[in-house]
Design a protein around this ligand. Structure first.
Ligand code: SF4
Ligand code: SF4
Ligand code: SF4
Length: 275
């Protein structure tokens, strides 16, 4: 009975995604939404299922399934710019399609519920960065997080100036912007990872999407909490955390709290099951 109960969570996840899939399919009369959200629901619930089965690759499997689908199928094959400049572009054109829905669900309103789950389980940039050797940072954090505001502003200025200058062939330009933007993200991300000996340096200092993700995830309903009665302050959770989060502090103001990507490394490594 208990075994059956624990598998309710992946089923529930799948049901939620399926509800979104069917609702969008019927309201927007577009079969794409049924396929898209069913697939993502399958990938997420498979990850949850594997996590329950204590499979150590659970998170990575979901991340690779979702990340590569978005990068290769939506981005390269369907030609949808899923980067932040694509979000601005579709917002300016008033098109409420894949990129705008994706941003609304995964990066703006979704984080109120599941924090930065996107960063842990779906992002195609981090999907590659997580293959690099510095899974836990080998050097102390740097105070250069302000760079994210520059990249954020640059993406907005880029998309706005294309509109203001009434440039033609916008769809084509956005497609190439997606290719060049991704290549630049991977290039900078990999370089920084080796420079700072930290796979997630790009996420911590450069990524413009964190301008949305961090404030919204501050209010996240789903958070890792610490049972202070069980905790023996061994510091292992902090040591294995790729994002330098002080997860033993239960307040929302915990150090680097809005950096948590819900990767569960702290939970898996806590010797007292306090998380
Ligand atoms: S911070 Fe940016 S690059 Fe890193 S995982 Fe999140 S969205 Fe992806
Ligand atoms: S790993 Fe567990 S016991 Fe150790 S400090 Fe973290 S929460 Fe406490
Ligand atoms: S190790 Fe724990 S605190 Fe750190 S990012 Fe992963 S889930 Fe969050």
């Amino acid at each position: 009975m208990k075994t059956k109960k624990k598998y309710l969570t992946p089923i529930l996840f799948f049901a939620v995604f399926e509800a979104v899939a069917v609702t969008l399919w019927l309201t927007k009369d577009n079969l794409f939404y049924l396929f898209n959200f069913s697939y993502i629901g399958f990938a997420v619930s498979l990850g949850v299922f594997l996590f329950i089965r204590k499979n150590k690759h659970a998170r990575r499997i979901t991340q690779l399934l979702v990340g590569s689908y978005m990068l290769i199928y939506l981005g390269l094959i369907c030609g949808e710019n899923m980067q932040i400049e694509g979000f601005w572009y579709y917002l300016f054109t008033g098109v409420f399609e894949a990129a705008t829905i994706h941003y609304a669900v995964a990066k703006i309103f979704g984080p109120l519920l599941f924090g930065r789950g996107w960063c842990g389980y779906a992002c195609w940039t981090a999907m590659i960065l997580d293959f690099l050797p510095y899974k836990t940072p080998q050097t102390p954090g740097k105070k250069i997080g302000w760079i994210r505001y520059i990249t954020f502003a640059a993406s907005l200025i880029f998309a706005a100036s294309l509109f203001l200058a009434k440039v033609g062939h916008l769809e084509r330009i956005m497609f190439w912007a997606f290719i060049i933007g991704n290549a630049a993200y991977y290039g900078v991300g990999i370089t920084l990872a080796f420079l700072f000996k930290d796979n997630r340096a790009f996420c911590k200092y450069i990524c413009p999407v964190t301008v949305f993700l961090k404030p919204m995830s501050y209010f996240s309903l789903i958070r890792i909490k610490c049972d202070t009665e069980k905790c023996i302050s061994c510091g292992k959770c902090r040591k294995v955390c790729p994002m330098d989060v002080d997860v033993t502090d239960n307040s929302r103001k915990r150090k680097n709290g809005t950096e948590c990507i819900l990767c569960m490394e702290c939970v898996k490594n806590c010797p007292k099951d306090a998380l």
